[in-house]
Design a protein around this ligand. Structure first.
Ligand code: ADP
Ligand code: ADP
Ligand code: MG
Length: 658
């Protein structure tokens, strides 16, 4: 076994790998960018080496610096995690040329699966079913359009170098084919430096079911059953589970066999995943699944497999990379119970899943779930990397029980300081169709409105928010009794104050009265009486309905109350409210820090409301910035290539007749 390994990654996966390494007595080296100097993965590692500034191209993608860090610290091997350099065959070769071990497959296996078109040809040859379509070299648009006609609509255009759902366009109507091809190809060129596309039959009622495989250097390969990753947004996984709902032994065996065949066809060593697209229209069938791609690395959702098999996949990775044979035979692997994983992101589900940034002023996870995270309370979600906050994993004997636990754990998770997907995930976990196992990749989009509609906060949460916003709920020092505090308050107040909060999308003035045993808050014309007692970091609230436990977090802009879920209330700044009325409708501002990719507006242009004026890239995504109203472009303050801050005015408009 290795004595010391370097983890060429950051965030939760770096922490995840280190945990197993430490358990196995293997020392760890972290690498970090300037943005991550104080991050959890650096703290967890035995040693840490700075590799460059925040942008990934100057740090986590700098192969030579990472290899240098491994050599200078005396590491024997490099674990790539996922993303970054994990599927880069040139990196594997450079690691090996430096006399180090790459914890993962060979460069040739990665190359064989690197491009979706070549991988499909290879799989066809190996006898693995592939999605019907065209995956040849010819890229002439008319030729591809003809192929699409032959395949039959709807079709899916896919970048052969694609990943993370990028460079993909569904086309239902032949008239839209040409335009979709151009946009898919342009996105692929920009993201992967390779605009070539393949055309696939679009599978209706699609389910994404993938098989975890594992190979070693002694010719063995096994599979560790399936994961269902059908709950997706923008072709990206949101909640994953294992096993798959309605899976039969027969289909499982057929898919497992096909996956092992695929792995053996490229002499695969290490952890890998074969992704299949499955026709879920009429139940699962042995002839209803097709190879989509292979991910030649550990997968984000690997914990659900670990939960149902009892295998530590990272431990297997280390053992196999060190030359040992697979520790378990196929017939000794079995499924125990059911597991779910939810990916908690800093993103705004209601706003087309727009990624967010921010300092996590408050972060608290429940005890009864497995949490994989790379951040702590006080850490910042920066625009430089994936905005994942944590993965929450639960396991139980049955699917229904595991789903119930998933929901409870999501409701009990607390975060403040950034928009998160927690509430959306909790609703998804209690979605009827999902509970019935009726999953397909379109579920989220179909029900997006119900999954993201704003819920009304309970009155007790509003009352507590009012008290908190006035600074009346801060923990008291040991000697100070609540009574003194209220007395103190009276010194500068009449025993009454007004809190101004946004409640249910509306600005409200909430009258807070201080009584001898607590507070009386007028919410929607009704008096809610509460009294508070601090218990460690939570508050016990006594109210007419009984006693509840709550947590709260407060920053300069908002108050967040955790009581039966998360309820956030923006505080109204009296100065801002008095100031303006139009809310900056004349300006196009950067919604987040990021890179300006293109500016199409010119000073003097007359533009319609909704016209695309510029494009930004942040958090691996492109964002089109549109005109908030019709007008004339009065100023353009950015050019392509500019790095801009959140809120920066990029373009200013003026009225057409002004
Ligand atoms: P999956 O199908 O498992 O979601 P993806 O290929 O979409 O796989 O990406 C896997 C993970 O790798 C992502 O969730 C993300 O955390 C990470 N990742 C991928 N690309 C990048 C990148 N350019 N920068 C940072 N992280 C990345
Ligand atoms: P990526 O490399 O971006 O992960 P994939 O080829 O794995 O690309 O596809 C991502 C997702 O797109 C799948 O999980 C599925 O939801 C959808 N998808 C891919 N191929 C098809 C298809 N032929 N028909 C329907 N949906 C598909
Ligand atoms: Mg994929």
């Amino acid at each position: 076994m290795f004595k010391k390994i370097l983890i060429a990654n950051r965030g939760e996966i770096a922490c995840r790998v280190m945990r197993t390494a430490h358990r196995m007595g293997v020392a760890t080296v972290a690498v970090y960018s300037d943005a991550d100097a104080k991050s959890l993965h650096v703290e967890m590692a035995d040693e840490a080496i700075r590799i460059g500034p925040a942008p990934v191209s100057e740090s986590y993608l700098k192969a030579d610096r990472i290899i240098e860090a491994a050599k200078s610290t005396g590491a024997d091997a490099i674990h790539p995690g996922f993303g970054f350099l994990s599927e880069n065959p040139d990196f594997v070769e450079a690691v090996e040329a430096a006399g180090l071990t790459f914890i993962g497959p060979s460069a040739s296996a990665i190359r064989a699966m690197g491009l979706k078109d070549a991988a499909k040809k290879l799989m066809e040859k190996a006898g693995v079913p592939v999605v019907p379509g065209y995956h040849g070299e010819e890229q002439d648009p008319d030729f591809l359009a003809k192929q699409a006609d032959e395949i039959g609509y709807p079709v899916l255009i896919k970048a052969r170098a694609g990943g993370g759902g990028k460079g993909m366009r569904r086309v239902d109507d032949p008239a839209e084919f040409a335009a979709s091809l151009i946009s898919a190809s342009r996105e692929a060129e920009a993201s992967f430096g390779d605009g070539a596309c393949l055309i696939e039959k679009y599978i209706l009622s699609p389910r994404h079911i993938e098989i975890q495989v594992f190979g070693d250097d002694h010719g063995n390969a096994v599979h560790l059953f399936e994961r269902d990753c059908s709950l997706q947004r923008r072709h990206q996984k949101v909640i994953e589970e294992a096993p798959a709902p309605d899976m039969t032994d027969e289909v499982r065996e057929a898919m497992g066999e096909a996956a092992v065949k695929a792995a053996k066809a490229i002499s695969y060593s290490g952890a890998g995943t074969i992704e299949f697209i499955v026709d879920g229209a009429n139940g699962l069938r042995t002839n209803g699944f097709w190879f989509m791609e292979m991910n030649t690395r550990l997968q984000v959702e690997h914990p659900v497999t670990e939960e149902i098999t009892g295998v530590d996949l990272v431990e297997w990775q280390l053992r196999v990379a060190a030359g040992a044979p697979l520790p378990t035979k196929q017939e000794d692997l079995s499924i125990n119970g059911w597991a779910f994983e939810a990916r908690i992101y800093a993103e705004d589900a209601a706003n087309n899943f727009l990624p967010a940034t921010g300092r996590l002023s408050h972060l608290r996870f429940p005890d009864n779930a497995r949490i994989e995270t790379g951040v702590r309370a006080g850490d910042e979600i920066t625009p430089f990397y994936d905005p994942m906050i944590a993965k929450l994993i639960v396991h139980a004997d049955t699917r229904a029980e595991a789903l119930r636990r998933l929901h409870a754990a999501l409701v009990a998770t607390q975060a403040a300081g950034s928009v998160t997907s927690l509430e959306f995930l909790a609703r998804l976990a209690s979605h009827e169709g999902f509970a019935a196992g009726d999953v397909d990749t379109g579920l989220i989009e179909r029900d997006i409105e119900a999954l993201t509609k704003e819920s009304s906060a309970p009155k007790i949460a509003v009352a507590l928010a009012a008290v908190v916003s006035l600074g009346l709920a801060e923990p008291l020092s040991a000697e100070m009794q609540p009574f003194d505090r209220r007395d103190g308050f009276r010194l500068w107040g009449p025993g009454e104050a007004t809190a101004r909060l946004i409640v249910g999308g509306e600005e409200q003035s909430l009258l807070v009265g201080i009584s001898s045993d607590g507070y009386r808050v007028t919410v929607d014309g009704e008096q809610v009486s509460i009294s508070l007692r601090h218990l460690g970091d939570c508050i016990e609230i006594t109210h007419s309905g009984g006693v509840s436990t709550a947590y709260f977090a407060k920053d300069t802009r908002s108050v967040t109350i955790y009581i039966d879920g998360t309820h956030e209330f923006a505080m109204v700044d009296p100065l801002a409210a008095a100031g303006g009325s139009d809310g900056g409708g004349d300006d196009v501002r950067a919604p987040m820090p990021g890179l300006v990719k293109a500016v199409t507006a010119n000073v003097g242009d007359e533009v319609e409301e909704g016209a695309a004026l510029a494009m930004m890239e942040a958090m691996k995504m492109e964002h089109t910035l549109k005109a908030p109203r019709a007008g004339i472009v009065a100023a353009v303050n950015a050019v392509a290539g500019d790095q801009v801050d959140e809120g920066a005015v990029l373009i200013a408009l003026e009225p057409v007749d002004g």
